[in-house]
Design a protein around this ligand. Structure first.
Ligand code: MG
Length: 456
C-alpha cells in the first residue's frame, strides 16, 4: 500500500519515486518561496539549501531550487552538509530561510524537505499550515523573466559551524587529554565535519561509516539495537568514548569505554551536567525526555521548562526563556550559543569538555546521573482510537498531575507516563520512566489495558 506524503512541522517526508518526486519538490519549493515573498514583499530574499548523503538528495535539491528561484528567491547551495550546519549558516548569511534535504533517521527509500525560517527554527504549526495551503491550492506566485532567483555555491558551512563550537569550549583543555574517540556517522553527512572538529580538539579518531554515500550500513536510527556492531568496535579499539550520529547529524548516541550503549537520553543529560556545572538558569526539554535533566537542574538551583515534542517547540521555548541548554531525549542537544537547532556536534563538544574537566571516564559520569528505568513503546492507532485512549487514560490516572499540551503526560510520585499520537505516522507513542522496571511495566500494562478496551 502506498503511504501518504506527510507534511508536518518536521517538513515534507515521503518515498522517492512513489509520493515524493521531482515535480512535488518543485511545487513545495515554490510554495515555500511564495510564502517567504508574501511575508517580506519588499526585500530581495535568499534561502540556504543543503542535503544529507542520500542518493536522491541531488534530485530533490535541484527540484526545490527550481521552485524557489522560480518564485523569485535566491538560493545559496551549501552542498552536502549536516542539518545543524544549514541552521547556523542561514543565520550568519542573513537568509530568509533554509531547506535541508533529509529524511533524518528514516531508511534510504525515504527522503524529505525540512524547512527552516530566518531564526533557524522550523516553522510553527500555524506557519506550516500556511505553506501547506499554498502547496495544495497551487497558489505559487512565479517571478517574471527578470526576477527569477539566482543560485550561488558556498562551501564554508562546516567552518562556520566549527568556529561556533570552538567558541563555547576550552579547546586546549580537551586537547591536553588526547582522547581516543570512535565515530559512526552511518555514511550520512556528519563524518566530514565531525572528524574536522575532533581533529581541532586533538582527538585520535577511529571512524567507521564515514563516507557520505547515503548507503546506510545499518538501520540509521542510533538506538541500542542498531549500534551493536559499533559497541563491539568501541570495545575492541580501546577508545575513551564512542559517538554515533544519525544521517543528518542532529542526533547523537554515546557508547562508553566498555562498549556499553549509554543511550540517547544520556546525551542531553550529560551535556546539561556540564552546562549546569558552570552556571545556573533554565533548561528546556520535551515532555518525553527523562527526568535526569530535572535532577541536574535542581541540584544546580535551576529549573526545566517542558514543551510538546518537536524540535521547534523546544527551540522556541529556549529563545523565549533564555535557556542555557535544551533538547530532546532522542539525543538532540541544543545550545543557543551555537544555534537554536539540535546538533550532535554540540553534544560531542560538551561531553568531551565534561570528561576533560572532571578527569572521569564516560561510564563514571553516566553512573553519577540517572537511576531510572525508561521504556518506549508504540502501537498503531488512527485519530479516533487515539482520542478514545487519551480520554480513558484521563479517567484512569486521576491521581496524577496531568499535562495535556501534547497527548497526555501523567506525573506520579514513582515515575511518569507520556502517551501521544505521533506527528509523523499513524501510531501512538508511549514513554514511561520510573524508579525501576516493575513500576514502569505497571504503567505500560495499564495503558495496554486501556488500548484493548478502547479497541473493542
Ligand atoms: Mg536527524
Amino acid at each position: 500500500m502506498t503511504e501518504p506524503l506527510i507534511i508536518s512541522v518536521s517538513g515534507m517526508r515521503g518515498i522517492i519515486g512513489e509520493n515524493l518526486t521531482a515535480s512535488v519538490a518543485v511545487e513545495y519549493g515554490g510554495a515555500f518561496g511564495t510564502f517567504l515573498k508574501e511575508s517580506n514583499p519588499d526585500s530581495r530574499l535568499s534561502v540556504c539549501i543543503g542535503t544529507d548523503s542520500r542518493p536522491s538528495g541531488q534530485m530533490l535539491k535541484s527540484a526545490v531550487t527550481a521552485g524557489l528561484t522560480g518564485a523569485g528567491v535566491d538560493v545559496i547551495d551549501l552542498g552536502l552538509v549536516t542539518t545543524p550546519c544549514v541552521g547556523i549558516s542561514l543565520r550568519q548569511l542573513g537568509c530568509a530561510g533554509g531547506v535541508v534535504i533529509t529524511a533524518s533517521h528514516n531508511p534510504i527509500r525515504y527522503n524529505g524537505i525540512k524547512l527552516l525560517l530566518s531564526n533557524g527554527i522550523a516553522p510553527s504549526p500555524e506557519v506550516t499550515a500556511k505553506i501547506r495551503q499554498i502547496y495544495f491550492d497551487k497558489k505559487i506566485i512565479f517571478a517574471d523573466s527578470t526576477d527569477c532567483g539566482k543560485v550561488t555555491c558556498d562551501d564554508m558551512a562546516d567552518d562556520r559551524h566549527i568556529s561556533k563550537l570552538l567558541a563555547i569550549i576550552d579547546k586546549e583543555k580537551i586537547a591536553n587529554r588526547k582522547f581516543k574517540v570512535a565515530l559512526d556517522s552511518v555514511n550520512g553527512s556528519g563524518g566530514r565535519v565531525t572528524k574536522k572538529l575532533l581533529a581541532e580538539l586533538g582527538c585520535e579518531v577511529f571512524a567507521v561509516n564515514e563516507e557520505p554515500t547515503g548507503l546506510f550500513p545499518h538501520n540509521p536510527e542510533p538506538t541500542a539495537a542498531n549500534l551493536a556492531d559499533f559497541c563491539r568496535t568501541v570495545k575492541a579499539e580501546g577508545v575513551d568514548i564512542g559517538f554515533a550520529q544519525d544521517p543528518d547529524a542532529d542526533r547523537l548516541a554515546i557508547v562508553d569505554e566498555n562498549g556499553s550503549y549509554i543511550g540517547e537520553e544520556y546525551t542531553l543529560a550529560l551535556a546539561a551536567k556540564y552546562i549546569f556545572s558552570k552556571k545556573t538558569g533554565k533548561a528546556a526539554a520535551n515532555l518525553s525526555t527523562s527526568r535526569m535533566i530535572d535532577d541536574i537542574a535542581r541540584n544546580a538551583g535551576g529549573s526545566v521548562i517542558r514543551t510538546p515534542v518537536g524540535e521547534a517547540n523546544v527551540a522556541s521555548a529556549m529563545l523565549d526563556n533564555d535557556c542555557i541548554i535544551g533538547g530532546e531525549g532522542n539525543g538532540g542537544v541544543i545550545d543557543l550559543r551555537v544555534g537554536p537547532i539540535r546538533d550532535s556536534l554540540v553534544g560531542i563538544a560538551l561531553v568531551l569538555q565534561l570528561m576533560a574537566e572532571t578527569g572521569k571516564s564516560i561510564s563514571e559520569l553516566a553512573g553519577e546521573i540517572g537511576g531510572y528505568y525508561m521504556s518506549k513503546e508504540k502501537f498503531s492507532a488512527n485519530q479516533e482510537l487515539a482520542r478514545r485512549i487519551l480520554d480513558s487514560a484521563k479517567k484512569v490516572f486521576t491521581g496524577a498531575k496531568l499535562d495535556a499540551t501534547d497527548g497526555c503526560r501523567f506525573d506520579f510520585d514513582d515515575g511518569w507516563l507520556h502517551i501521544r499520537p505521533s506527528n509523523t505516522e499513524p501510531v501512538m507513542r508511549v514513554i514511561v520512566e520510573a524508579k525501576d522496571r516493575v513500576t514502569a511495566q505497571k504503567y505500560i500494562d495499564a495503558i495496554m489495558k486501556i488500548r484493548g478496551e478502547s479497541t473493542e
